[in-house]
Structure formats: C-alpha cells, structure tokens
Design a protein around this ligand. Structure first.
Ligand SMILES: [Zn+2]
Ligand SMILES: [Zn+2]
Length: 237
C-alpha cells in the first residue's frame, strides 16, 4: 500500500522533539517563504496577490526579512504593495475638496479601500498543510507504525490533539489516542512538579533532570502549540 507523503512526514517528524504537526508546519512555513522569495518574487501573479493582500500578515512579512540573501526579492514584492497603496491614494484625490478622498465621505471610505483584499498567502498555504496533517493523523492512527512512533514521542500539542480527535470517528481509536496522550501529560505534570520542588531556594537533594529543567517551556508548547506555529491560522473544524 502506498502511503501519502503527509503520513511519511508525520512518521519521520515523530522522532523529533515537540508536537509533530507543529514541527511540520514550521518546516512547511520556511519552505513556503523560501520558494516565494527564490522562485516567485518576479512572478506577476504573485506580485498581484501581494498588492491585494498588502503584503503578507505581519508575522510572515517579517519572516521574509529573516531569510538571508533575498533582500532584492523582498524589495520587489513590497514595491508592488507600495505601488498599490499609492495608486489607491491617488485614485480619487483629483476630485473636488468636498468629494474625493479628502471630502467627508471619501475619508470615511479610504481606510476600507486600504484594507487587505485577500488573506495572507502564507497563512492560507499553512492552513491547508495543517488540515492535511491533522486529517492524515486521524485517518492513519490505527496503523501500528504510527502508534509505535507516537508512543515514545512528545505527543501532540493540545490544539492539534483537539483537531485530530474531532476528525476521528472510531470510538476505540479515540480512546487509545486519549490514553497515550494522557500518559504523556501525566509525565509532564510530574516533571513540572519536580521542577517547582527543586527550584526552591532551600532545596537540597537530587539536581534537576534535563526533562525537569525544561518542563516549564514544554508545558507552554504542549498546551498552546510551538512558538509562532499556529499564529493567525484559523483552527480547522
Ligand atoms: Zn501542535
Ligand atoms: Zn501569514
């Protein structure tokens, strides 16, 4: 049986720390931004989409600037946005002082005209990838290879756990996933507890283990998703 690429990606990612779906989204995000700058900054269609979206969302626009060596690509894409915004400002300014953008009605309309016309391209692409990974996880959960890879992993973060559960129709499969996930959160809770005990100023005894030492960060990731992984993505239902 041929497995979809999303399933192969999930199995591979479960060997690494953190929620596998969050990790795959980070990778997909970097790949998307990279190809946008490398392959598409001169593409008229992409430039048109940038005009309509007024760039990307704040997070993804800044991410473009963190990809070194692509300053020219960023300048081309944002020149298109700047052109669009100036065109909009100019589009009605020649009218009379009471009409046009400078009249009372015009001024009220202008902010709406300047509003983004389409959602962020990167967010839209990541949203699709996320749905695909969530659906793949739910569909293949009964596969022994997935359960074997999941058992020693960090588990899913709470947002992705909810998304996967919503897509599972088989009651036994749901129960099995809940059982494994619960064990992971139970372990994390005791590590947090040890972290608190051993962080007391008068504590003498065993030093913190590696897992206990970063349990507080892992608790944030486990309850809310990786840093920036779910930013501005509408949660799939
Ligand atoms: Zn996650
Ligand atoms: Zn975005």
């Amino acid at each position: 049986m041929a497995y979809p690429q999303a399933y192969v990606d999930l199995l591979e990612r479960l060997n690494r720390r953190g929620c596998a779906i969050c990790g795959l989204l980070h990778a997909a995000e970097n790949q998307y931004i990279d190809s946008l700058l490398y392959e598409y900054s001169n593409d008229p269609d992409v430039q048109q989409k940038f005009r309509r979206g007024r760039g990307l969302c704040n997070h993804h626009s800044w991410l473009l600037t963190h990809h070194h060596g692509y300053a020219l690509g960023v300048s081309i894409l944002f020149e298109a946005v700047l052109d669009e915004v100036i065109d909009l400002l100019d589009s009605d300014s020649s009218a009379s002082p009471v009409g046009g953008w400078f009249g009372s009605k015009g001024l009220a309309r202008l902010p709406d005209k300047l509003e983004t016309e389409t959602p962020c391209l990167a967010c839209a692409s990541l949203c699709k990838s996320e749905t695909q990974y969530v659906e793949t996880f739910a569909t293949y959960w009964n596969d022994p290879a997935l359960q074997n890879a999941y058992q020693p992993s960090s588990g899913l973060c709470l947002p992705h756990f909810r998304d996967v559960l919503r897509r599972m129709t088989d009651a036994n499969a749901r129960a099995r996933l809940i059982e494994v996930q619960r064990e992971k959160w139970e372990t994390l809770r005791s590590e947090l507890n040890q972290f608190q005990i051993k962080s007391a100023f008068n504590y003498v005894g065993e030093p913190l283990s590696v897992a206990e030492a970063d349990s507080w960060r892992r608790a944030v990731a486990s309850m809310t998703g990786d840093e920036h992984a779910l930013l501005s993505l509408p949660r799939p239902r």
